[in-house]
Write a protein that binds this ligand. Structure first.
Ligand SMILES: NC(=O)c1ccc[n+]([C@@H]2O[C@H](COP(=O)([O-])OP(=O)(O)OC[C@H]3O[C@@H](n4cnc5c(N)ncnc54)[C@H](OP(=O)(O)O)[C@@H]3O)[C@@H](O)[C@H]2O)c1
Length: 326
């Protein structure tokens, strides 16, 4: 099969097409003939040598795919050869075939194309766990999403609105802010021209945000503490602005804040299977009804994965970048 390998840590051009044997499914695993593969910022970090695959995972990049079940390992219960699935994969998604545990695959939501479906798993698994489980976002609460135009951000805005939150978001241009409002954000803050702490304070009559989803870190940590409401929950999923910060903990204490975080990839197959079950019950019906959908930015052929990474690193995209593998 053709796959994309990281020839050495570095820039987008280190992503090189290679020929590899088709992997064989082990117990509980399915082999997927990949039709499309989602591109995610963690793939960029992996390519740069900053985010090594967890033990046992393929060293090939790619965390999510859509495609057709091509073979089933022993004791696979749910799937049969020919089923169309969208799946979170432990690695190796940038390839014509890849493996995942059967519980980490879901049916393609009714009416979705393979390219759309490939853009679902990584963002939806991440947002569901971090916003609704760790952050415990509830109907009627105020939710601040940083990086609103990212794959993660566009998902968080839509899910936040679908579950009854008042959604604020930050993004780096007026065009991105416009797109976030179109997705349902009540207020999009261009962080280059406005101070998100001031906007949140003004628009919530000084109350602040109940849940903040943050991928920036750095100097946002103190500012998130300022923008948070009493008993607010701040969930850290990345630190694009820096992994270290000097923090004034007095606000955390006085406001009784919870600052937590998580990273999806190293979690167990069983954990991911549990999230898949939750998503199928609570989110798949919203997708099937087209109340929410991944926002598609650009599609590149598999062999031009380097261009997809270059595009992602330019940071002008809105929503998902996907590789067409068919
Ligand atoms: N913890 C987890 O389990 C998990 C899982 C998946 C993804 N993630 C993380 O979530 C983040 C979003 O992922 P994604 O795939 O949705 O990425 P993406 O689509 O590439 O979006 C990242 C966005 O972040 C914004 N940004 C803010 N500060 C930035 C900075 N210093 N450098 C670069 N971009 C900056 C950019 O938009 P602006 O123009 O608005 O600045 C950019 O478009 C990534 O950091 C990723 O690693 C975490």
């Amino acid at each position: 099969m053709t796959a994309i390998a990281i020839s050495e840590p570095g820039g987008p051009r280190v992503l090189k097409p290679v020929e590899r044997p088709v992997p064989r499914p082990g117990e509980g695993e399915i082999l997927i003939q990949v039709k499309a593969a989602g591109v995610n910022r963690p793939d960029v970090a992996q390519r740069q040598g900053l985010y090594p695959p967890p033990p046992g995972a393929s060293e090939l990049p790619g965390l999510e795919v859509s495609g057709v079940v091509a073979a089933c390992g022993a004791n696979v219960r749910r799937w049969q050869v020919g089923d169309e699935v969208t799946a979170l994969v432990p690695g190796g998604g940038y390839a014509q075939y890849c493996l995942t545990h059967e519980t980490n695959a879901l049916p393609i939501p009714h009416g979705f194309t393979f390219t759309e479906a490939a853009g679902i798993p990584e963002n939806y698994f991440t947002v569901w766990h971090n916003v609704f489980e760790r952050g415990a976002l509830k109907d009627g609460e105020t939710f601040l999403v940083h990086g609103g135009s990212s794959g993660i951000g566009t998902t968080a805005i839509q899910l936040g609105k679908a579950f009854g939150a008042r959604v604020f978001t930050t993004a780096g241009s007026d065009e991105k802010c416009h797109a976030c409002r179109e997705l349902g954000a009540d207020r999009a803050i261009n962080y280059k021209t406005e101070d998100f702490v001031e906007v949140i304070k003004t628009e919530t009559d000084g109350r602040g945000a109940d849940v903040i989803l943050d991928m920036v870190g750095g100097d946002y940590v103190n500012r998130n503490y300022s923008a948070a409401a009493l008993d607010g929950r701040i969930v850290q999923i990345a630190f694009l602005g820096g992994a270290t910060a000097e923090v004034n903990f007095s606000k955390l204490m006085v406001k009784r804040l919870t600052h937590t975080g998580s990273t999806l990839r190293p979690r167990s197959t069983a954990f991911k299977g549990r999230i898949a079950t939750e998503l199928e019950a609570h989110v798949w019906p919203l997708l099937a009804a087209r109340k929410i959908a991944p926002v598609m930015d650009m599609i590149y052929p598999l062999t031009e994965a380097w261009r997809a990474h270059e595009h992602m690193e330019e940071s002008n995209h809105i929503g998902k970048i996907v590789l067409d593998v068919a």
